[in-house]
Ligand binder design. Structure first.
Ligand SMILES: [Zn+2]
Ligand SMILES: [Zn+2]
Length: 208
């Protein structure tokens, strides 16, 4: 059996439920996995065929959401299957929302039905916008010039870091006894970077 714990939220209990309308044929789990159940099929010539239980491999629907085929030509979004089985049918005006913004994270704990307005109000999105609009790190160093670092962030986006604070962290990693001086060290790095940035903008070294 494949490992079932979710790499994103780390919870490992998995409850299976029938998919409404597909009872006895397909089930969906609280971890967002879909399986076809073992059953005996009778073909058009009356022959019996045993069908083994199988976890379906989801595909991408082109918008970053996972979908599976429930029988021929019945493509269904995994997040909708989870919500329909565990929460209930979608009410008109509601969308399936991924709490953490990860469209492929279909654990029940990460999903909810919510109005379109509610979807836009996701705290997670507020957090992202807030981060992107910030101009300074928490120690007041500008995200600019030499002090601006780009690092891979969530969901394959690049996110900004304060180079001075990063350098201070590196220094403290090497010498943990400097930890109480973190603010001071970061500020010193920032002053040095700031000076070199001014020199770049002002190659003749004039005082500005
Ligand atoms: Zn999860
Ligand atoms: Zn900083």
């Amino acid at each position: 059996m494949a490992k079932t714990n979710c790499e994103t939220c780390q919870h490992d209990d998995e409850i299976w439920k029938d998919i409404p309308g597909y009872e006895g044929k397909y089930q969906v789990s609280s971890r967002g996995r879909v399986k076809s159940m073992s059953r005996v099929l009778v073909d058009s010539l009356g022959r019996k065929r045993k069908w083994k239980e199988r976890i379906l491999k989801p595909g991408d629907n082109g918008n970053g959401y996972e979908h599976v085929q429930l029988g021929l030509g019945h493509s269904r979004l995994v997040h909708s299957l989870v919500l329909e089985a565990f929460v209930g049918q979608r009410k008109s005006g509601d969308d399936a929302c991924h709490n953490d913004g990860n469209r492929k994270h279909n654990c029940l704990v990460n999903l909810r039905w919510d109005s379109r307005a509610g979807n836009h109000d996701d705290k997670w999105k507020h957090g992202t916008v807030y981060q992107r609009n910030r101009t300074h790190c928490k120690r007041g160093h500008a995200y600019a010039g030499e002090n601006l670092m780009w690092v891979p962030g969530r969901r394959e986006r690049m996110s900004r870091r304060c180079k001075s604070c990063e350098m201070a962290s590196r220094r403290i990693k090497e010498k943990p006894e400097l930890k109480p001086l973190r603010d001071q060290i970061a500020n010193e790095y920032y002053q040095r970077l700031d000076i070199s940035r001014n020199r770049e903008n002002n190659p003749k070294g004039e005082v500005i």
